[in-house]
Design a binder for this molecule. Structure first.
Ligand code: ASP
Length: 326
């Protein structure tokens, strides 16, 4: 009995504490799970989005956050959390993804989405689709149920149908607001791509992005959102990232992979790598936008070189935040 209380119980306690609380290199506790979302970046000012609209956006970001957080806290995987969080944002007309997608130059909606899993670098994407209600779910099907990474246009729709995903008439994506944006040819195009990155209880990272692209884009134009390494990237060795902004720059500068590579090969922290790419390289090149990211230790980055980025995050530690402007 004496042996039990003096030796065995304290020993068991030490083992329990050591295994139940993972630590990173700086000896800080790694949160059990983390979720970060974005709803697009842009150069709108405080005056362009009035207080009531700001509250509406924040309320929707909060709802989306709660959906993903519940899945992660219940032990769901990062892919499950990302799918359901992005599905909610795709169904919300406030954001430029799914219903609410912007129009192309010739008045159509052509949607892009991608997903990547950091544990095995598997990925899936769809591009230029105009009848899949939730493109992020189609991207997940490409990742899990096909030998391919990227499927486009009619073929992608055919594949999604075979996977029993919901197919809608392309008129489903029509919203008055986006139509007016095209008609007015606003110089400051509407942004609102959506993205979600997560670290789950199993230590796995994943990232997903879904968008209608850029207002007034040319027919057939594909942006960075479905391009792995440009708009989306995840690697358990480093981090998971989803981007938003002027897609052509994000493709040419392979933005999300660049951030991961700076961490992997140069040992930069997530924030240092994000700053170098978003606030230095991209600015010099003239590319506007931002990223959300979470690293393997649960550190997050929400870095943008525009006036605003709709964004929110939640950690298992109880930390939470929603913001629009800097
Ligand atoms: N990156 C998206 C694209 O170029 C647009 C955006 O994020 O606003 O298609």
């Amino acid at each position: 009995m004496k042996y039990l209380t003096k030796t065995l119980i304290p020993l068991m306690l030490i083992v329990f504490l050591a295994t139940s609380c993972n630590k990173d290199n700086n000896n800080t506790a790694i949160p059990e799970y983390v979720l970060v979302i974005h709803g697009g970046a842009g150069n709108a000012s405080n005056r362009d989005i009035n207080i009531k609209q700001q509250e509406e956006y924040k309320a929707k970001l909060n709802e989306a956050l709660n959906i993903g957080e519940k899945i992660l806290s219940d032990g769901g995987t990062c892919i499950e959390a990302i799918e359901k969080t992005i599905n909610f944002l795709e169904d919300c007309p406030l954001f430029n993804a799914g219903k609410g997608a912007v129009f192309t130059h010739d008045g159509r909606n052509e949607l892009d989405a991608s997903i990547m899993q950091g544990s095995d670098l598997s990925a899936g994407a769809v591009a230029g689709v105009s009848d899949i209600k939730n493109p992020i779910s189609a991207a997940i099907e490409v990742m899990t149920n096909s030998k391919h990474v990227l499927m486009a246009g009619k073929g992608a729709s055919k594949f999604a149908k075979l996977q029993n995903l919901e197919i809608v008439d392309s008129s489903y994506f029509f919203t008055e607001d986006r139509w007016n944006s095209l008609q007015n040819m606003l110089k400051s195009e509407k942004h609102g791509t959506v993205g979600c990155v997560a670290l789950d209880k199993y230590g796995n990272l994943a990232a997903g992005t879904s968008t209608g692209g850029m207002t007034n884009k040319k027919f057939g134009r594909i942006g960075d959102a479905p391009i792995i390494g440009a708009g989306t990237y995840a690697n358990n060795k480093t981090c998971a990232i989803s981007a938003t902004g002027h897609g052509e720059f994000f493709i040419r500068y392979t933005v999300t992979h660049d951030i991961s590579a700076l961490m992997e090969y140069k040992n930069l922290s997530l924030q240092e790598a994000s700053d170098m790419v978003i606030n230095s390289k991209l600015i010099e090149a003239g590319g506007s936008g931002g990223i959300i990211a979470v690293d393997k230790n649960g550190n997050i980055s929400m870095t943008f070189n525009t006036n605003m980025m709709f964004r929110a995050y939640a950690k298992s530690t109880g930390e939470k935040g929603v913001a629009i402007f800097k």
